[in-house]
Design a protein around this ligand. Structure first.
Ligand SMILES: [Cu+2]
Length: 233
């Protein structure tokens, strides 16, 4: 009997939590819609390989530099898609980037202004070197015993991140002025949820292909599909 009561209580707690999470901020509550953006690149992928002779136990002997990653159906990975000019409160969730296998994972991370945790899961010395103008630049060592460094980016901008210990390491932190953004996956698709209804402009940014915009009509509770093609500059 005790077990049954415990299970019932647990289920009720989980259900309560789910209801709470789905309540405020859900698409219907705000009258927003979803935008599914598909980003394509018809050119050739640009993935370079570099011989590595430092920290090879953790880094391997070959670094892969992913400049333009193209997947199935010409889908372009690692593009930041967002709703241009939108307004919205920052998300409470902390952004996270990890240095793993001498790579920044994910390669591109997007966040609203606030804190980001920069992990070092490699057990070797890394260095965080950011190239920014709106936010103060960072250039600090992250020794192996410093598993996490928390940094703050208050101003929207797209920030390049490198590691001065491993010259090939490259990542991007997109600090967005609102929570309406996504990063394209392996098939070039990203979903932006709770987008305010009406005429919106979708902006796509890619580290080597630049920026492209496309207009879309967002309807409450519906998914609008947008296909964007990027070309080499
Ligand atoms: Cu490094």
């Amino acid at each position: 009997m005790r077990t049954i009561i415990a299970i019932v209580t647990a289920v009720a707690l989980v259900a309560g939590g789910a209801v709470f999470m789905g309540g405020p901020g859900s698409a219907t509550a705000q009258g927003g819609g979803t935008v599914e953006v598909e980003v394509k690149f018809t050119g050739a992928p640009d993935v370079q390989k570099l011989k590595v002779n430092k920290d090879t136990e953790k880094c391997g002997t070959e670094a892969v530099i992913e400049k333009v990653v193209v997947g199935a159906n010409k889908g372009l990975s690692n593009a930041v898609v967002s709703v241009a000019g939108a307004k919205g409160a920052p998300t409470a969730k902390k952004a996270l980037i990890d240095q793993h296998g001498c790579k920044f994972v994910p390669h591109v991370v997007a966040m609203t202004p606030g804190e980001i945790e920069i992990k070092n899961s490699d057990d070797i010395l890394h260095n965080i070197h950011t190239y920014s103008t709106a936010n103060p630049p960072i250039n600090k060592a992250q020794p192996k015993f410093k598993k996490v460094i928390t940094e703050k980016f208050e101003k929207p901008e797209i920030i390049k991140v490198t590691c001065d210990v491993h010259s090939w390491m490259l990542g991007w932190i997109a600090v967005m002025p609102h929570p309406f953004f996504g990063i394209t996956d392996g098939s070039g698709v990203a979903k932006i949820e709770n987008v305010p209804a009406g005429k919106q402009t979708i902006e796509v940014w890619h580290e080597t292909l630049g920026k492209v915009t496309k207009d879309v009509e967002v309807k409450p509770g519906q998914t609008a599909k947008v296909s964007v093609e990027m070309v080499k500059k």
